[in-house]
Structures are given as C-alpha cells and as structure tokens.
Design a protein around this ligand. Structure first.
Ligand SMILES: *Cc1c(COP(=O)(O)O)cnc(C)c1O
Length: 393
C-alpha cells in the first residue's frame, strides 16, 4: 500500500520495457524516425481494426489534430461547443480564428445539450464541436439531425472516448464513426497513451488524404505544396509504442472497470455523493471516475478535495473552472454564467477520483474511507481559545 506516496488521479499505463526494446531496435536499425514510416503505417492499420473505423490519421497530439480537423473542413465563423471540457477544445477554435459559442450541457451525461443547440445557431454558424465527456457518448443522433437541418459540420472531440462503442440496431459500433470527424488523444494521462499522440478518424479516403497533407506542411510530393499545412506528424517512436500498447489495452480497461465497481460499492448510499449513470447502450473505457459532491454531502467539494490532498490523494476537479471562465473566453456573450447553469453546477460539484490499472484495491479502500469519514472542521471554536474559557461557556 502506497500510504506515503502521493496517489495521482491517473498513472500512465506502460508495457514491460523489454517488450518495447525489439521495436526500438528496428527503429535504430532502419533509421526511419518519422514521416509516415513503417510503424506509423502499421499503427494506423491496427487502430482501424481495433476501433472499428475506416480511416485513421495519426497526430503528434490531439490539440494539433483538432486544429487540423477544423482546417480540413474549412470551418469558419462561429462554432457551437461545450464549456465543460479541457481547455484545448475551445483553444482549437481560437487558433483558427473561429468564435466559440458556448451552449449548456445535459445534467445526466454532462455532454452538450442538443435541446439548446438550435437557439445558439446564427447565420455565421458553420459547425458543432461536442465532446464525449468522460467517454460517455453524446446524443449523436439528435446532434446529427440539427447538423443536417442547418447544414453544419460536426467534429467530435473524442479525446476521452478511445474504444467506446454504442449499440445501434442491435449491433455495437464505434462512437467514432459519428459526425464528420472525430479526434482522439493518446496523451500520457489518457486511457490509451503513446506518451503524446492523437488521431483524426475520417469517414472516407479523400478526407483522410487531405488531413494527411495538412499534417505534413501541405506537401503532396517532393515539390508540391497544396495547403498551409502544419507539422502534426506522429513519430515512429510513438507509433511503435502505440502498436504495442494495443496488446495491453483490453486488460487495462478491465482492471479500470473492476476499480470503478469497487469504488461504487464502497461509496454507495453516501448522502450527497452521486456517480454518473453509465448508459446501458454504450460501452465504457473507465478513463475517469467523476463523482458529484452535492449540498447533502458532509463537506463542500473543495473541502473534500483539500482533505484528500492533505492525505496524498490528488483527486482532480475536471472540469473546473469552466472553459468559458478563462480570460480569453469570458467576454463572449455565450460565456455568461446565466446561460450555463448546468455546466456551472457540475463544475462546482465534480471531483474525479484516482483510477488507473496499477491502483491497488487497498488504496481504493483507503480513498473511499477518507471520503466516507469526511466531517466539517470544528471551525466554530476560536482557534486560540483558552481551555478555561471553553469550560466556563
Ligand atoms: C486531453 C484532451 C485534449 C488535448 O489532448 P492532447 O493530446 O493533450 O493535445 C483535448 N480535448 C479533451 C477533451 C481532452 O481531455
């Protein structure tokens, strides 16, 4: 038990180093380090197979992939998005000179609320950028209906949704096949990591080709540049690691699931503590374990966060503050708190508990116990009051 070492909200999962050494040997032997080398090509093919998608373009990270996805569909003007996400979601819009328009979230899934999208559409709106928050699928059908009605593109920030599948007409399909494009992150803190990395899922070869040009400066051959591309390429090192990580991901997700089940049973019935519902029509990757700390809980969310920290448990408030509260966004009219009550409440109540394959059962037990035993500080007593005064009172 790691009582003296801090427990972080996550710990990157890595394969045994000796399994990676043969891959490194191949890279050293070939001297092919990047530029769509053999591991890059193998990893793209393996991901298509693993995820059940048609076309994958690997990237150096998800943020550059989001920026490129918006470029590839020539998105301009205004884009409707969620304030309840990691800041890179909205940053990808500003990097393209696009105005984010924040719309509130659904209280059950904490994803963009489709019922509120239409009211935010203007003549400048060209796309919707929803997030499958914590890997819970968005209401993809409702979002697509709106996109079709108003001729908008849909780009999913699927940074949390690695491997997630939805039940559709009795069959399981990757959630990544919805919308015009989906963007994955393989950052160290994500459920599936390549140290750093990301990918765009596209529905057809032509779109993939455009994206592949854009991530390589716009080159189509040695002497022809067709677009203002960027350098978004994934290196052979990261691609080789990803190929190996694929062999271990099923076991890692299974272990995460066991940890989530344990937390849920240890914390069942605690007043004021609410886990998010898992939809029965989708698989989960257990990348995050958010709980909402409501007013009936013994202490405030922030007091619980502090209590855990002081005991070496680094739970995180994902997502607090809201993106719309950061200085580059808060001046937008859609960022006004009055328009985002559900996101505001979730942001004030959420705490993501540590969850990762190497987390031991005993640690889960201890963290649950720390949460169960939280009580208000006896702060009504004057700190330096002499004992005699208290006795006299
Ligand atoms: C992590 C994350 C990103 C950014 O991913 P990087 O690979 O670190 O660039 C974008 N969006 C969401 C929702 C994320 O959680």
């Amino acid at each position: 038990m790691s009582a003296h070492q801090p427990i972080y909200v996550t710990q990157p999962d890595l394969p045994p180093l000796e399994e990676f050494l043969p891959y490194l040997q191949q890279i050293w032997d070939s001297r092919v380090l990047t530029n769509s080398g053999p591991f890059h090509q193998r990893f793209e093919a393996a991901l298509c197979e693993h995820l059940g998608v048609k076309h994958v373009s690997l990237f150096t990270n998800a943020t550059i992939a989001l920026v490129t996805a918006l470029q590839s569909l020539r998105i301009t003007g205004e884009v409707i998005t969620t304030p309840y996400s990691f800041v890179a979601t909205a940053h990808s819009l500003l990097w393209n000179g696009i105005k984010p328009v924040f719309v509130d979230i659904d209280p059950v899934t904490l994803n963009l609320d489709p019922a509120q999208i239409e009211a935010a559409i203007t003549p400048q709106t060209t796309a919707i950028l929803p997030v499958h928050c914590y890997g819970t699928p968005c209401d993809v059908q409702a979002i697509q209906r709106i996109a079709d009605d108003y001729n908008l593109k849909v780009i999913y920030d699927a940074a949390h949704a690695f491997g997630v599948q939805r039940q559709e007409d009795g069959e399981w399909h990757s959630v990544l096949n919805h919308g015009d494009l989906s963007v994955l992150s393989f950052h160290a803190t994500k459920v599936f990591n390549t140290f750093e990395g990301g990918a765009i899922i596209s529905p057809d070869a032509k779109t993939k080709q455009r994206i592949d040009h854009l991530k390589n400066f716009g080159f189509v051959n040695e002497t022809t540049v067709v677009a203002t591309g960027i350098n978004g390429k994934m290196s052979e090192f990261n691609a080789a690691l990803g190929l190996l990580q694929l062999q271990h991901i099923a076991k890692a997700v299974a272990r995460r699931q066991a940890i989530e089940t344990r937390y849920r049973s240890l914390l069942a019935g605690v007043p004021g503590l609410r886990f998010l519902e898992r939809p029965s029509t989708a698989t989960a990757n257990h990348s995050y374990l958010p709980v909402l700390v409501g007013p009936e809980f013994a202490v405030s969310r922030d007091a619980l966060y502090q209590r855990l920290r002081e005991r070496g448990v680094m739970a995180r408030r994902y997502f607090y503050p809201l993106i719309s509260d950061f200085p580059m966004y808060r001046g937008l009219s859609s960022a006004h708190p009055a328009g985002l009550p559900v996101a505001r409440q979730a942001s004030a109540q959420v705490l993501c508990l540590p969850i990762y394959p190497a987390l031991e059962d005993a640690d889960v037990q201890r963290i649950a116990e720390l949460i169960r035993s939280a009580r208000p500080e006896a702060s009504f007593l004057p700190a330096a009051a002499p004992v005699t005064t208290l006795l006299a009172a």
